[in-house]
Design a protein around this ligand. Structure first.
Ligand SMILES: [Zn+2]
Length: 429
């Protein structure tokens, strides 16, 4: 496929117009101002369009699409205890399958090709992800509230089994990560055992960290003044490639730990603001050289997977926290939404529009009235564009979505079944 005479965001996050981008099989093999001399198959008319690297969502709980809009405007603990946990207790593998497929459909519709997921019913999720053609770093997260040994937990057995059966599956599209859910849902014994196991197999770690002030302060009270970051570090959890979601309440020493261990902070600005958890200090993280990527968190607390909207919140929330309108540039927002996420997932040949990289791409229609005039296209992408401007999403060179059509997902059936599963669960509550 050849993108013909199209505007691009290149690997240095510069805008170039009138470009030619060729795809062979699953890779980007040609980027030039000159039209190629050979054929790349289908020719895509790039007039009024922008081609860029597809988005990477680095913190999600995909099956929670079924809880979209369920229990709004409640305090966090009330929302969790009275709405989310009872609903989750009734989930079935079939419900999780359809919920995940709905999330994959919404993701590719908004230009997200790859997601870092943390949930359970992993095999049902993997089935949906595989069928959708999207990429996913999936983790079966571990929780433990008593003195159990890691390997006595059913969740740990599921985690190990999906790692052994599916890691690097579906042509590398599916990776299996390890996950401790959070400090307040685990024990030091379990965290240490998980850290040792994860390091021994060379897997990635995915964890919630200092999302709320309550979590942060209660951890310090429980563990002799240690913050969640210091606590996990003391148990070796960051001795492998780690994605830490939220990091809203970090203290000075925490920044040093995250930097030294190369941890990626997955910031989830919409969810954090909707649950009134606070705003991550993204400018300080970036200034200190800490990797920062972007996530949606679950649809139950977002309430969408609209990544263009997420970028706008990422930039504007930081400005508000610091009371500084110069904080977070559009380039920093775009990097967090693409290459930083791919790096966090261990997908070093993804996340950039670059020759030799995997063809994980998205096209935006930039011809609409809200996208003009163009003083700086990157500003328009982050602050003026809308999720519905995404008109094509491609994973490994395969088009998953184009102009309202889904090529891997039966969208009508998926919506019908997700609605039906939700109704069935609600009937039993
Ligand atoms: Zn989360």
């Amino acid at each position: 496929m050849l993108f013909n005479d199209i505007t691009i965001i290149d690997e240095n996050f510069q805008v170039s117009e009138h470009m030619y981008v060729g795809i062979d099989e699953d890779k980007i093999t040609y980027i030039s101002k000159e039209a190629p001399e050979r054929s790349f198959g289908r020719v895509y008319d790039g007039k009024g369009k922008l081609l860029m690297s597809a988005f990477v969502n680095t913190h999600a709980h995909s099956p929670m699409t079924l809880m979209r809009g369920y229990g709004e405007n409640l305090a966090l603990q009330e929302w969790l205890n009275n709405k989310i946990f009872p609903f989750e207790a009734k989930l079935t593998g079939e419900a999780v399958y359809w919920g995940t497929l709905l999330a994959m459909a919404e993701s590719i519709r908004f230009g997200i090709v790859s997601t870092t997921d943390m949930y359970y019913f992993s095999e049902d999720m993997i089935r949906a992800i595989d069928e959708s053609g999207a990429k996913n770093n999936i983790a079966r997260s571990i929780t433990c509230f008593d003195d159990s040994d890691l390997w006595s937990l059913e969740s740990a057995k599921e985690m190990k089994s999906i790692y052994e059966n599916y890691h690097n599956g579906a042509g590398g599209r599916i990776k299996v990560d390890m996950s401790i859910h959070a400090e307040y849902t685990s024990t030091p014994k379990i965290v240490r055992q998980m850290a040792e196991y994860t390091a021994s197999i060379g897997a990635n770690m995915h964890v919630h960290l200092s999302e709320t002030q309550k979590e942060h302060e209660e951890c310090k009270a429980r563990h002799g003044g240690m913050t969640p970051a210091a606590y996990f570090d003391s148990l070796g959890l960051f001795d492998t490639r780690t994605t830490a979601a939220h990091c809203v309440w970090l203290e000075d020493g925490d920044y040093r730990i995250l930097k030294e261990k190369g941890v990626t902070v997955a910031s989830n600005p919409v969810s954090n603001m909707k649950l009134a958890s606070g705003v991550c200090n993204v400018p300080r993280l970036l200034r200190e050289g800490i990797h920062v990527s972007l996530g949606t968190d679950s649809v139950a607390s977002n309430n969408s997977l609209n990544f263009i909207e997420e970028m706008k919140y990422f930039a504007t929330a930081a400005k508000e926290r610091l009371k500084d309108p110069t904080a977070v540039t559009p380039v920093q927002a775009l990097q967090a939404a693409t290459v930083a996420g791919a790096r966090a997932q261990g997908r070093d040949n993804c996340g950039l529009l670059k020759e030799g990289n995997q063809a994980d791409l998205t096209v935006l229609d930039i011809s609409g009235p809200h996208m003009h005039p163009v003083h700086d296209l990157l500003n328009n992408i982050v602050y003026s564009a809308s999720g519905s401007d995404v008109i094509l999403t491609m994973s490994d060179g395969k088009i998953l979505y184009e102009n309202g059509s889904f090529f891997t997902i039966d969208i009508e059936k998926t919506i019908y079944e997700a609605d039906r599963m939700t109704r069935e669960i609600l009937r039993t509550l």
